[in-house]
Design a protein around this ligand. Structure first.
Ligand code: MTE
Ligand code: MO
Length: 336
C-alpha cells in the first residue's frame, strides 16, 4: 500500500541542523583567520576544516533530486542524522578519499538512464531499468542505524526495496550461494578510477559480496533514495546496497551489476587490506580493527558541526535479534 509522499522537512523537522551552519562556512573559515585575499581558504586548510565541519567548503551546486512516493517506516526513538550531514560526510573513493570529496566531485555523474544487469546463477538473467524499478516498486522507508568501520555512525531514513524481491524475479538456482555486486567503472566520470593515489589504492571497479541468506534477509535493501528524495550522487545514486548490521563499506554504491555465484566473490576492501577487512564485516564491538577499537563509535547527529556523541557500539549494530541466527556456530573472530 502506498501512502502519499512525505516531504523531507516533515520527517524530522526538529533534527535538521540549521542551514546557516553550512552557509556560514566562509565566516567560520574567516574566524580561524585563514581566508586569503581572494576570499577563499587555502585548499589544504579548507580540506582540514571540511573534515572538522563535516560539510563542503566550495558549496558546489548539488545535482537535482526527485521526490519519491513511499510507505513511511514505523515511528522510532532513534534520532536521525540531519540530512546536510548525511550528504556531506561520505565515503565514495571513486570521487576522492576525503569525507567531503564525494559531495564536491560527484555532481556530474550521469545517473539517468541507468541499467542494472542480473546474471550468473539465475534461471532468467536480465537487465533492469533502475528508474522504471523506482516507479514500479512499492518503495519503503527504512530508518536504519549505519556504522562505518572508521567508528562513526549515523541514522539514515533510506527509501528502497528489499533486495530479495528483486532477486526472486530472476529465479536464483540451487547453486546460488553468494551474491556479487559491482559499481560503475567509468574513469571518464570517476576521477578516483584514473589515479591510484586519488582513488585510495582500490582496484576498480569497486566490488562487494554477500552470502545468499544475507542477501535474501528482509533487512537488506537496495536503496534508491534518502530523506524523501532520490539519492544524492555522493550517496550512491541511483541505486546502492544497504545492509544495516554490517560496516558501511558493504554498502556498495552506484551498482551496475549483480551476479549470483557458487563461490565467495572477492570484495574491494578485503583485496586492499585482508587482515583489516574481512568478507563478513559484521558490526562487532568485541572484534577490534587491528588499528583501533570497535567497542564505541562517534554518532553524527544533531548539533553544530563540531558535535558528535560517543556511544557504545551494539552487536550486529543493534540488529542481533534479527540476524544473529545467520551466524550461529561460526567463530566471528575468524570470520570478521
Ligand atoms: N562504490 C563505492 N561504494 C562505497 C564506497 C566506495 O568508496 N565506493 N565506500 C563505502 C564506505 S567505506 C561507506 S562507510 C559507505 C558510506 O555511505 P554514505 O556515504 O552513503 O554514508 O559507502 C560504501 N560504499
Ligand atoms: Mo566505511
Amino acid at each position: 500500500m502506498l501512502i502519499k509522499k512525505r516531504v523531507s522537512h516533515e520527517i524530522a523537522e526538529n533534527s535538521v541542523t540549521p542551514e546557516n551552519i553550512y552557509l556560514n562556512r566562509r565566516s567560520i573559515l574567516k574566524s580561524f583567520g585563514i581566508v586569503t585575499a581572494s576570499g577563499l581558504a587555502m585548499p589544504s586548510q579548507a580540506g582540514f576544516l571540511d573534515n572538522l565541519l563535516g560539510g563542503s567548503a566550495s558549496e558546489v551546486p548539488q545535482a537535482p533530486r526527485k521526490p519519491l512516493e513511499y510507505r513511511p517506516d514505523k515511528p522510532t526513538d532513534l534520532s536521525l542524522t540531519p540530512e546536510p550531514k548525511v550528504i556531506n560526510h561520505n565515503n565514495f573513493y571513486e570521487f576522492g578519499t576525503s569525507k567531503t570529496d564525494p559531495a564536491e566531485n560527484s555532481q556530474h555523474l550521469k545517473t539517468e538512464p541507468w541499467t542494472l544487469t542480473i546474471e550468473g546463477e539465475v534461471e532468467n538473467p536480465g537487465v533492469v531499468d533502475v528508474w522504471e524499478l523506482m516507479q514500479q516498486s512499492n518503495l519503503e522507508e527504512r530508518i536504519y542505524r549505519m556504522r562505518c568501520v572508521e567508528a562513526w555512525s549515523m541514522v539514515i531514513p533510506w527509501l528502497g526495496l528489499e533486495l530479495n524481491t528483486l532477486l526472486k524475479k530472476f529465479k536464483p538456482t540451487s547453486r546460488a550461494k553468494y551474491v556479487a555486486f559491482e559499481t560503475l567503472y567509468d574513469p571518464k566520470q570517476m576521477p578516483g578510477q584514473r589515479s591510484r593515489h586519488f582513488g585510495g589504492g582500490i582496484a576498480y571497479p569497486y566490488v562487494e559480496g554477500l552470502r545468499i541468506d544475507e542477501a535474501m534477509h528482509p533487512l537488506t535493501i537496495l536503496a534508491v533514495g534518502l530523506y524523501g528524495k532520490t539519492l544524492p550522487t555522493q550517496n550512491g545514486a541511483p541505486v546502492r546496497l544497504v545492509v544495516p548490521w554490517k560496516y558501511g563499506f558493504k554498502g556498495i554504491k552506484s551498482i551496475v551489476k549483480i551476479r549470483l555465484t557458487e563461490k565467495q566473490p572477492p570484495t574491494s576492501w578485503n583485496l586492499l587490506a585482508p587482515h583489516e577487512y574481512g568478507f563478513y564485516a559484521n558490526v562487532n564491538p568485541e572484534v577490534d580493527h587491528p588499528r583501533w577499537s570497535q567497542a564505541s563509535e562517534r554518532f553524527i547527529g544533531e548539533g553544530g558541526p563540531f558535535s558528535s556523541t560517543r556511544q557504545k557500539t551494539l552487536m550486529f549494530n543493534g540488529y542481533a535479534e534479527q540476524v544473529a541466527s545467520l551466524y550461529s556456530g561460526m567463530d566471528l573472530k575468524k570470520y570478521y
